[in-house]
Ligand binder design. Structure first.
Ligand code: URA
Length: 484
């Protein structure tokens, strides 16, 4: 029985005509298949009851008559890639409405692809809000999982306990497999456990905190490391709490040190000022981690660009730099030299930095894409702008550089870097000139790429734009000093 809106004020049981059964709370492929079929059949969002295996169902739901939906193989149509990326993330949210919201958004985007640009649209904003919360949770898991060492007949086994807010564990498994490729580890969470034996990832049921070990030698190393990197001059309890919510403290061995370190912060700060800095343990650890990351990136095949490039051009600069610049991709000369910003754009950039009073050797400089994308014309190699999938593939490295360096300010030079920084397409004119609050707590800025200045045909406009670029850099340099 269908309700006729506006005629009756009595509550009638909701009539669900179709049931979509998903294999798990993060079953994006299942959702996509069903959503395509429903969309092609013209089914309205309110007519679908989305269910996840194992969840208790809606008693009013009626199993769909199979003939009511077209076969899946015929149910193909395309939607813009940014929608797919948004949906893949938002679907991991724990909000039970997410499947229906995404389906409603899919119908809209299918009809009007440009509706994805409508920032004021409440449905789009709600779905983006879900995706944002999920990204934050993914980041928290990467930052706060702490392994404890157990030993069994097969040798060391590292076990961690984590309580995510959303259904992110499977989506994050790849990160831990790559980061801890040669370790045997398990991550236990209330909903699911994942296990890596060095070759294969497997899944098990949810667990409890008691299933993870309590104290072990690895914790002592963590505590030593944390105490060494704890910088009392940077102590901001509010920021610390928002970055490391109390919920995670009980699983972090180093959290037991925090009250003592906070209490001693003033004394340590005074001592730090009085004593010349020694090579800190943090530096040693971070440098070693950066070196390992760089070595790993040398063999990167995450997208096809490595095939025609001479080498990976990784970021460079101090691993504790307060300021990070992200360019687009190495150019011809960078590709040969293996270093970022050493060609013509790099020379212009160096001059601009100098005029703005920024010391390049105290900044970390990297690129959104780490291989030179080009086409050959005779002997010349002509730059080509990287595409979204290449930028996406390379964000893997950029995010780890960001995690290691933890700069206070990150400046994206040009639209490609802007996309890599905030994860969506940017128009420089719209984003330029105002700081962006990044999820990591850092401040982001987006401005033009130096090669934009090099290419400007009109000399007087070039002078004008160059001056604007330098004044932006100068303001950013001032911010870095203010935040230090
Ligand atoms: N342009 C960039 O974006 N990066 C470089 O490293 C060189 C030129």
């Amino acid at each position: 029985m269908m309700m006729s809106p506006g005629r009756s004020h009595r509550l009638a049981p909701r009539r669900i005509m179709y049931r979509a059964q998903l294999n798990g709370p993060d079953d994006f492929e299942g959702w996509r298949r069903a959503a395509r079929a429903f969309a092609i059949a013209g089914i309205a969002p309110a007519e679908i009851n989305w269910q996840v295996d194992g969840d208790s169902g809606d008693l009013f739901a009626v199993t769909p008559a199979p003939a009511a939906l077209p076969p899946t193989s015929a149910a193909i149509f395309s939607v813009p890639r940014p929608f797919v990326e948004l949906a893949e993330t938002a679907i991991l949210h724990r909000d039970p409405q997410r499947f229906a919201l995404l389906y409603a958004l899919l119908l809209r985007v299918r009809e009007h692809p440009s509706s994805l640009e409508d920032r004021a649209d409440p449905l789009l904003r709600r779905v983006e809000g879900l995706a944002k919360a999920v990204r934050r949770d993914l980041h928290k898991m990467r930052a706060f999982v702490r392994f404890r060492e157990l030993a069994d007949a097969d040798g060391p086994h590292f076990v961690a306990w984590f309580e995510p807010d959303h259904h992110i564990v499977r989506a994050n498994a790849g990160f831990f497999m790559r980061r801890f490729a040669s370790m045997r580890w398990s991550i236990l969470t209330p909903e699911i456990s994942i296990h890596w034996d060095g070759e294969t990832l497997s899944e098990g049921p949810g667990a409890t905190r008691a299933d993870a070990a309590v104290d072990d030698p690895v914790e002592e190393i963590w505590k030593g490391y944390y105490a060494a990197i704890f910088n009392p001059a940077r102590l901001k309890v509010g920021a610390m709490l928002s970055e490391m919510p109390r919920k995670y403290w009980r699983n972090l061995p180093e959290a037991t040190l925090i009250p003592g370190l906070v209490a001693g912060a003033q004394a340590r700060e005074a001592a730090m000022i009085a004593t010349p800095p020694k090579p800190a343990a943090r530096q040693g650890n971070a440098d070693a981690a950066w070196q390992a990351l760089r070595d790993e990136a040398t063999g990167c095949t995450r997208c096809p660009l490595y095939r025609d490039a001479t080498q990976t051009v990784f970021g460079e600069g101090p691993v504790d730099a307060p300021l990070m610049f992200i360019g687009e991709q190495p150019g011809d000369q960078e590709d040969l030299a293996g270093r970022p910003f050493v060609g013509p754009a790099g020379q212009l950039f160096d001059q601009a930095l100098e005029e703005a009073g920024i010391d390049r050797s105290r900044t970390y400089i990297t690129n959104a894409v780490k291989h030179f994308k080009h086409e050959r014309r005779g002997k010349r190699r002509i730059h080509q702008t990287p595409e979204t999938p290449e930028i996406q593939a390379c964000r893997w490295w950029l995010e780890q550089e960001r995690d290691l360096v933890r700069p206070r300010i990150i400046v994206a030079l040009g639209a490609t870097a802007g996309r890599a920084l905030i994860g969506k397409a940017v128009t420089i004119g719209r984003w330029r000139g105002a700081p962006i609050a990044l999820e990591s707590g850092a401040q982001g800025w987006i401005t033009v790429h130096p090669s934009f200045l090099l290419r400007m045909p009109d000399p007087s406009r070039r002078v004008e734009e160059r001056a604007r670029f330098i004044s932006e850099l100068r303001a950013i340099g001032e911010q870095v000093k203010a935040l230090a």
